[in-house]
Ligand binder design. Structure first.
Ligand code: C2E
Ligand code: MG
Length: 625
């Protein structure tokens, strides 16, 4: 019997007053029993089936619950071990859940910061721990409340009183809750700041570097154009710094630079100081008056002049300064730097350790010098150099050797005198390549002479200090087969420099090769006479200026006489240069000079012009007609 039929029969058995007709009910029950009996087996089966299904469902529920709890456990572990702090707040900003990292990050106790606590209370707690220097927790809370979820993810950064920076991200959920994440970005920010600092500062001295200087100069020019205020750029270079590096090593150079940077910083006061190269510094100073610039220059030069102690040595450098003022000496950065540089070049040429102000004529000279440098670079490969040879005679008149003198025959400039191009080649370092070429060519030439006359080569101080002079001489002799005893190297007084031991070592090694060494142009500078004894050279060549002056000035004659005596006294050959007149030659013979050189003996000419002297057969001339 279906449930509906049973209900209908039951309704029939119900009387109008609601009581049941017992007889009808009895019949109904009995009918139902009959039917129930009939269906029992069927029902039992379905109950069994249902029970089994329920059991299956129950098991699957238990399984999924286990899975869920495992998942929860994993989530919990993941949350606890996250590098970020994490919280969830309800729409009223009450904490629902937070992870361990969050509590650790802020030093919060889990007994205080626990589900149900409001964000305001968390802020108050944080303030009591000293997190928010000066920030009122109420204000912080009001700010958090004012955040609008519809605007999406919100990023905040908070600097705590202990100098840590916490980056916070607020993620709004659809139901009004917030998930917040916290990251301690202190180390990252410090690393970023360090990288940014390194990009703009010199690692050795901590001063601003070239990139920073360029930016500062551009900014200062922009500002000056608006305000109409001028400023001055100082270009500075250390004197003799390379020697300190060469002799005492780079650690000494570094110590000196660090110390110097500190002193220059103090001396330049409110001006901006940068180290833009090895020993090059720039200053942007807010003054334009010559007197103020000169005073600043003096302070800097004095600061640089102080000795620096390094492993028992007193290191000493000087400072040369060139200055150019904006806008009179240059209306843009390029012109200003170039002109301050031109003034610096002048300061060095005038004797170093001084400040020079830019003058327009310097610009012209600088441009000429640059043009010359560019041409010089090509001169070797284009074969524009030639050698001339000037004869050297013993005091009796017999030619015993030649001095090789370099000539540059420029396709447009014509014959450029060595006095013009040698200093330029020295300054840009080209003298090293040129000097090696001269050595090789001179040795090759002299080795080909039938008569074993001597030949002397002028050596620049730059070759002695910065090149491998001993190696170059050795290679030239080996390559050409010239006997070392026929080669003489002429070094002038500038060669000796400040580095006594280095010069002495190079000279001794040269002497060990078997070549002779002479002091050229003796008396032209202020070389200490003690050098004559200390360095192992063989000969002094009296400067041309003394010889030329002898006729007019009795003092010059006396000096030449005493140089000759002095030289002889310490066993050196004494030669006179620039002998043009018979009277000069006679004087030299009188004071017992060893030999002489000058127009009287012969001019510097291509070696072909002295073919008979070197013993080379003269070319046979065919008779005309
Ligand atoms: P220096 O070594 O003193 O050379 C002598 C200079 O005096 C030469 O000038 C020569 O031509 C000139 N001279 C010689 N006798 C007389 C004379 O009787 N009267 C006059 N008025 N002058 C005379 P030059 O060739 O112009 O060389 C000038 C300087 O250039 C040389 O002076 C030397 O310091 C330098 N120089 C020349 N060739 C080389 C080179 O290959 N390497 C280096 N480093 N320097 C060189
Ligand atoms: Mg010479």
């Amino acid at each position: 019997m279906t449930h509906r039929l049973f209900a209908r029969q039951l309704a029939k058995a119900t009387k109008a007053d609601g009581t049941l007709d017992v007889a009808a009910l009895g019949a109904l029950v009995s009918a139902a029993y009959d039917e129930a009996d009939h269906d029992r087996s069927m029902t039992d089966r379905s109950i069994r089936l249902m029970t089994e299904e329920l059991k299956a469902r129950h098991n699957s529920l238990i399984e999924s619950e286990a899975r869920l709890s495992e998942q929860n456990r994993l989530f919990d572990a993941a949350l606890s071990h996250m590098s970020h702090g994490l919280c969830m707040f309800d729409a009223e900003l009450r904490l629902q859940v937070c992870n361990r990292r969050y509590l650790e990050m802020f030093g919060y106790s889990p007994d205080v910061v626990k589900p149900g606590v409001s964000l305001l209370d968390i802020y108050r707690y944080g303030a009591s721990l000293g997190h928010y220097a000066g920030d009122d927790p109420e204000d912080l809370f009001a700010a958090a409340r004012a955040e609008r979820p519809e605007l999406g993810r919100i990023l905040l950064r908070r600097r705590l009183a202990d100098d840590r920076t916490i980056s916070m991200t607020l993620h709004p959920l659809a139901d009004g809750r917030w998930v917040t994440t916290y990251e301690d970005v202190t180390d990252r920010l410090r690393a970023d700041a360090k990288i940014a600092h390194m990009a703009m500062h010199d690692a050795l001295t901590g001063l601003a570097n070239r990139a920073s200087f360029t930016a500062q100069l551009d900014f200062t020019i922009e500002r000056a154009r608006v305000t109409g205020d001028g400023f001055t750029l100082l270009c500075m270079d250390l004197d003799r710094f390379k020697e300190i590096n060469d002799v005492f090593g780079h650690a000494a150079g570094d110590t000196l630079l660090r110390d110097l940077a500190r002193r220059l910083t103090r001396a330049c006061r409110e001006a901006y100081l940068a180290r833009v190269g090895g020993d090059e510094f720039m200053i942007v100073a807010p003054c334009t008056q010559a007197s103020s610039i000169a005073a600043l220059g003096r302070r800097l030069i004095e600061a640089a002049a102080q000795d620096v102690l390094f492993e028992g040595h007193r290191l000493k450098v000087g400072l040369s300064i060139g200055s150019a003022t904006f806008p009179t000496d240059g209306a843009d950065a390029t012109a200003l730097v170039a002109n301050a540089d031109a003034a610096l070049y002048r300061a060095k040429a005038d004797g170093r350790g001084r400040i020079r102000f830019f003058e327009p004529v310097m610009d012209l000279r600088l441009r000429e010098k640059r043009d010359l440098q560019q041409d010089l670079q090509l001169a070797l490969e284009r074969g524009e150099f030639a050698l001339h040879f000037q004869p050297q005679a013993a005091i009796g008149g017999e030619i015993v050797g030649f001095e090789a003198l370099l000539r540059w025959i420029h396709p447009v400039r014509g014959l450029v005198p060595p006095a013009t191009f040698i200093p330029v080649a020295e300054e840009c370092g080209l003298i090293l390549t040129i000097g090696e070429w001269v050595l090789r060519e001179v040795c090759r030439e002299a080795a080909s002479w039938p008569r074993p006359l001597t030949v002397s080569v002028n050596i620049s101080p730059v070759q002695l200090r910065h090149g491998d002079l001993v190696g170059a001489v050795h290679a030239a002799l080996l390559e050409t087969g010239l006997s070392p005893g026929r080669l003489e190297l002429e070094l002038d007084e500038n060669t000796w420099g400040d580095d006594f031991s280095m010069t002495l070592s190079v000279l001794c090694r040269l002497k060990a090769l078997g070549v002779r060494v002479s002091m050229d142009d003796f008396g032209a500078g202020y070389v200490a006479l003690s050098y004559l004894q200390s360095f192992p050279f063989d000969k002094i060549k009296i400067g041309r200026a003394f010889v030329a002056d002898m006729d007019r000035n009795g003092q010059s004659a006396a000096i030449v006489r005493s140089i000759a005596e002095l030289g002889r006294g310490i066993g050196l050959d004494v030669w006179a240069q620039g002998i043009e007149k018979q009277s000069q030659a006679a004087f030299m013979a009188d004071i017992a000079c060893t030999g002489m050189q000058g127009h009287l003996v012969g001019r510097a000419l291509p070696i072909g012009d002295y073919a008979d002297v070197i013993g080379r057969p003269l070319p046979v001339r065919r008779k005309a007609g």
